[in-house]
Ligand binder design. Sequence first.
Ligand code: NAI
Ligand code: MG
Length: 397
Amino acid sequence: MAKRTIVVMPGDGIGKAVCDAAIDVLNAAGFDAEYVHGDIGWEFWCKEGNPLPDRTLKLLEQHKIALFGAITSKPKDKAEAELSPELKGKGYIYYSPIVSMRQRFSLDICMRPCKAFKGNPLNFIRRGAGNTVEEPTVNTMIFRQNTEGLYGGVEWTNPSDQVYDALMTHPKFKENFAWCPRPELAVSTRIFTKKYTTRIVKAAFEYAKKQGLKSLYVCEKPNVIRETSGMMLKVAQEMSKNEYPDIRVNDVNIDAMMMWLTKNPEIYNVIVAGNMFGDIVSDGFAGLVGGLGFACSANIGPEIAVFEPTHGSAPKYADYETSIVNPIAMVLSACMMLDHIGENKLSEKIQAAVAEVVAEGKVKAYDMLKLSGSPDVINKGAASTKQMAEAIIAKLK
Ligand code: NAI
Ligand code: MG
């Protein structure tokens, strides 16, 4: 097969350490690729007033597939304060480069698998009467709409006349909010389009079909948020009826889901949700299978796809001489990339190696030892980022 080119955007903080670890694993597994570096993150905001420079967008357009580490985001005023002196006061506004990237390339399908590895000391357990302990086998794929909904960015404080007048045409607004002085009014919209709702629901059905599953869960709140949540549920029900008669649609409300996921997480194999509820429910499930050191994700658009751990740049640990963070989330994100480009065998091989390291339990990152992060964790027996990558490499078959 022709050599692949992968754009690597390490970003800020621990992003570089985890990207380096994942690339070592990919190389050792025999993935034949060339990696080109893409600038992204805080440094470029400070120096150029743009955390996602055009040259990086061009690389993404050209090569289509990317690995992304993590970035640092800060509130607006802090961002302005850290700009290079010559850029200050010139109207630069900080926007999260991840959100920009998702919207710019329509990376609308976010997949977040939450799968428990046997032997992971961070796995969720249930205690029963008489001190019984059960470890449910969590294996959930969450499909999160990645570009719309509450994170769509269509929002106002002190809305203009036009916006205010439009809101006043809604009887509920008039009845319940007309009392509020306009400068004290903040409005964030939750926009769903049928096109992108259909795409995320379809992705969930296709996954369920491939896995031979008989049902999926729409995790929204259609009884209250009737228009948007209601649209997603209806799209799913119709799709089940017309295209996937063997796959049943279950309707579970986001609030109830957060309760069920610690009672019986093993029954949820496929969940589909809008942007914010997908974000929430995927963090909830990630917590059952090891948390940030294990949580991987894919952002998939019609042309371009970006694979990233869900953790951030963990600035506390960024400057350690020996990086201590767990690279598994990044390694598993790289496996999602391999699956996406049809290198399923390689992906399986790496996942099996990760599973073996975790099951064996000899090499553990500090999070798996339930330590709080400090340079000292290495002396307490924690594996460094590099040692964890090496342990995975040693298990590749
Ligand atoms: P974070 O995910 O960076 O770190 C939270 C805590 O999780 C860390 O202190 C650490 O204890 C743990 N952690 C994170 N990654 C880990 C790993 N690989 N192994 C072991 N433990 C790990 O979130 P935080 O502290 O809220 O945000 C830090 C910065 O990252 C902020 O600037 C934030 O905006 C940004 N961020 C970026 C994201 C991204 O790039 N996708 C996502 C979340 C936050
Ligand atoms: Mg999140």
